[in-house]
Design a protein around this ligand. Structure first.
Ligand SMILES: Nc1ncnc2c1ncn2[C@@H]1O[C@H](COP(=O)(O)OP(=O)(O)OP(=O)(O)O)[C@@H](O)[C@H]1O
Ligand SMILES: [Mg+2]
Length: 282
C-alpha cells in the first residue's frame, strides 16, 4: 500500500530524511516512532503528495505520489495538527462541510460521530471541545469518506491515558474494518500497543524496523528472568535450564509474586541505538 525507496529530503542545507526505505502491507498499522524533529511529519507530507523531495521514490496506494489522481486522494485520509477543524462550527456542521467536499451522504455523519464517541456532542462548537473531543472530531473527519489509507500524525499527543486508550480502540476498530494505518508517535507504549510494524526514526535515519516484539527480542542481550518474591526481594536469574531448579524451588515454597522475562522495551532499544530518549520526559 505504501513504499519508500531511498528517500532523501533536505530543507535548505539541512538533510532531514536520509535514505528512507520500507514497505507497508494492506491492513496493517505501521508506526513511525521517533523523537521531536526526527522527520516524521516530513515523511507523512511526502507520502501524501504534499511535499517534494530530492531523490528516491514514494508510493502510496501502489502509485508514485506524484501521479496520485483526485480519486486516489479520496482514498487517503490525513489527520495532522490544526488540520481541518472550523472553530466556529459545531461538530456536525464541520462534518457536513467535508461530507459535501467528498460527496458523502449526510446520513453517514451521525454514525461517524457515534463511532468516535461524539454522539452526545454533535451540536457543540469546535472551539468549545476539550482536547480529547477535538481529536475525536479530527478522526471523524478522516473516517467520514472511508479512506483505504489513513495517516495519523501523533494522534494522541497531549491526551490523558484514559482518552488515549479510547482513541486506541477506535484506531484498532478502523484496522478491523480493513483500513491501512500509518501513524507517528513518540510514545513507545502507544507503538507497542497498536502497531504491527514500527520503524524507529532518528535524525532522518531508520535505525531499526520490525514488529515491536521482534525488535525487543532482538535487543534482549541480558536474557534474564526476573522474579519478584512475596518477601519483597527481586531475583534475577539466567534465562536457561540452569535456572529451572531455583525457579521450581521458589514456586514450591509459594514465594513468587511475579515472574517476567527481561526483554527491553522500545524506549530502551531506541536509547541503545541512538543514545537518545524518545520523549523528553521519558
Ligand atoms: N518547512 C520547513 N522548513 C525548514 N525546516 C523544516 C521544515 N519542516 C520541517 N523542518 C525541519 O525538519 C526536521 C524534521 O521536522 P519534522 O516536523 O518532520 O519532525 P517530526 O519528527 O515531525 O517532529 P515532531 O515530533 O516535533 O512533530 C526538523 O529539524 C525541522 O526543523
Ligand atoms: Mg511532527
Amino acid at each position: 500500500m505504501i513504499r519508500c525507496v531511498d528517500i532523501y529530503k533536505s530543507f535548505a542545507d539541512k538533510l532531514v530524511l536520509s535514505g528512507i526505505n520500507f514497505d507497508i502491507q494492506s491492513g496493517e498499522i505501521f508506526g513511525l516512532l521517533g523523537p521531536s524533529g526526527a522527520g516524521k511529519t516530513t515523511l507523512i507530507k511526502i507520502l501524501t503528495g504534499q511535499l517534494p523531495f530530492e531523490s528516491g521514490y514514494a508510493f502510496t496506494l501502489g502509485k508514485n505520489v506524484g501521479d496520485l489522481s483526485g480519486e486516489d486522494k479520496r482514498n487517503i485520509g490525513i489527520m495532522m495538527d490544526e488540520f481541518g477543524v472550523y472553530e466556529r462550527f459545531s461538530c456536525i456542521e464541520n462534518l457536513k462541510i467535508f461530507a459535501d467536499i467528498y460527496g458523502v451522504a449526510h446520513v453517514k455523519i451521525k454514525d461517524t460521530l457515534e463511532i468516535v464517541g461524539l454522539g452526545d456532542a454533535v451540536k457543540v462548537k469546535a472551539k468549545n471541545l476539550s482536547k480529547g473531543m477535538r481529536t475525536r472530531l479530527q478522526l471523524a473527519r478522516v473516517f467520514l469518506h472511508s479512506p483505504k489509507i489513513i495517516f495519523l500524525d501523533e494522534p494522541t499527543s497531549g491526551l490523558d491515558p484514559q482518552t488515549m486508550k479510547s482513541i486506541h480502540r477506535i484506531i484498532l476498530d478502523k484496522k478491523k474494518s480493513g483500513a491501512t494505518i500509518f501513524l507517528t508517535t513518540h510514545n513507545m507504549e502507544e507503538a507497542a500497543a497498536l502497531c504491527d510494524t514500527v520503524a524507529l526514526l532518528n535524525e532522518g535515519v531508520i535505525v531499526e524496523k520490525g514488529s515491536p516484539k521482534e525488535i525487543c527480542r532482538k535487543y534482549n542481550h541480558q536474557k534474564k528472568i526476573e522474579l519478584h518474591l512475596s518477601s519483597g526481594e527481586d531475583v534475577l536469574l539466567p534465562h536457561g535450564k540452569e535456572s529451572a531448579g531455583e525457579i521450581y524451588k521458589l514456586f514450591e515454597a509459594e514465594s513468587v509474586e511475579t515472574i517476567h522475562s527481561s526483554e527491553p522495551n522500545l524506549e530502551t532499544v531506541f536509547l541503545e541505538l541512538t543514545g537518545r530518549k524518545l520523549q523528553e520526559d521519558a
